[in-house]
Write a protein that binds this ligand. Structure first.
Ligand code: ADP
Ligand code: TRP
Length: 326
């Protein structure tokens, strides 16, 4: 059983990433062959700044290690360091229909936002935004992945990866393992603290809505104490009626706190701030050690790539032969 997880270096990792994706990865690595990579090529499908991309790629890797990704158990690498990903990408472009890619909800959303949302920003919609799911399919198929934990926003892309793998196998002979999407076994959605009907996100949340994994303790506490709640006054799980309070309860429980007997929102928030700080303090401390030695993080990424390279290259060779290249 091989499990693959990807993280885009498009912003700073936050509590939603930790509880929804990083924790499940860290838990699974003990028992399951695990691969994790920084999807730096995907980060270039929208407007990007080269220096910031470089910085966030290293930072994302560093934070993953600080949070407990164990390089002995999880092969950690960057997508762009593996030409096999983009070689296979091209072969899969020759297996995917234009309409299939253009239909993707994420493409429709991001392509319209960059035209009308931020006038002039980043120039035209990038062709790579259209082929984004094809590269994602290559990421998955090149490693013969069995399981890919994805949230609901990435479900459609995973389905496309399965469709493309099956089509390729049917046309050119059995080449790819067809992956299964699995629900991440963490918190399905940590919501934005300022707008609790939206998910906490690297790209769309403001500072008031997001807890960065490296935020200083004072900032974390202040953000939680200012979280939007409601005027009902009862502390209970009610996602539809009380999304803010429900989100605070979810975070509290996921961070090891107990959710009984709160009579005020203030007391609930204090408990959430304490529990989150318990979780973040050790990550912050390990991160402070790791950033002193970026060479070490780079060598972890190199070693991760070396480990998975032979299989990825073998998959590409298989696909090249099957599709008819000499
Ligand atoms: P973001 O939307 O913040 O840019 P990504 O799309 O890069 O995050 O997601 C990286 C991983 O973190 C994915 O597996 C995704 O499902 C998970 N994730 C992102 N935001 C949340 C959230 N608010 N709650 C739970 N999991 C999340
Ligand atoms: N598209 C994913 C996201 O936004 C990141 C990603 C890229 C990915 N390639 C992948 C995730 C392959 C899983 C498998 O979260």
């Amino acid at each position: 059983m091989r499990r693959l997880t990807g993280f885009q270096p498009t912003g700073r990792l936050h509590l939603g990433n930790l509880l929804g994706a990083m924790r499940p990865l860290i838990a699974a690595q003990r028992t399951t062959e695990s691969l994790a990579f920084i999807a730096d090529l995907h980060a270039m499908t929208v407007d990007h700044d080269p220096a910031r991309l470089r910085e966030l790629t290293l930072e994302t890797a560093t934070v993953l290690l600080a949070a407990g990704v164990d390089p002995e158990r999880t092969a950690l690498f960057t997508q762009s360091s593996m030409p096999a990903h983009y070689e296979l990408h091209y072969l899969l472009e020759c297996t995917t229909g234009y309409g299939e890619a253009a239909r993707m909800i994420q493409f429709k959303e991001k392509s319209s936002a960059s035209f009308s949302g931020r006038p002039g920003a980043g120039g035209p919609v990038r062709l790579s935004l259209l082929t984004y799911p094809v590269l994602m399919a290559a990421d998955i198929l090149v490693h013969d992945s069995d399981e890919v934990p994805v949230g609901d926003d990435q479900n459609q892309h995973l389905e496309l990866a399965r469709t493309v793998a099956q089509r390729f196998n049917r046309r050119y002979g059995e080449t790819f393992r067809v992956p299964a999407g699995v629900l991440p076994d963490g918190v399905a959605r940590v919501m934005d603290l300022a707008e609790p009907r939206r998910k906490m996100s690297k790209s769309t949340s403001t500072d008031a809505g997001r807890i960065g994994l490296l935020d200083p303790p004072g900032t974390v506490r202040k953000t939680i104490m200012r979280a939007v709640t409601d005027t009902i006054g009862t502390v209970r799980h009610d996602p539809a009626g009380q999304p803010g309070v429900t989100n605070l309860l979810t975070i509290l429980e996921a961070c090891g706190g107990s959710a009984d007997d709160f009579t005020s929102y203030g007391a609930l928030k204090t408990a959430v701030a304490d529990a989150v700080e318990e979780v973040l303090a050790p990550i912050r401390a390990r991160h402070a050690e790791l950033v002193k030695d970026p060479g070490h993080v780079r060598s972890v990424l190199d070693a991760g790539r070396e480990r998975v390279l032979p299989r990825a290259e073998a998959t590409v060779r298989r696909a090249r032969e099957a599709i008819g290249l000499m």
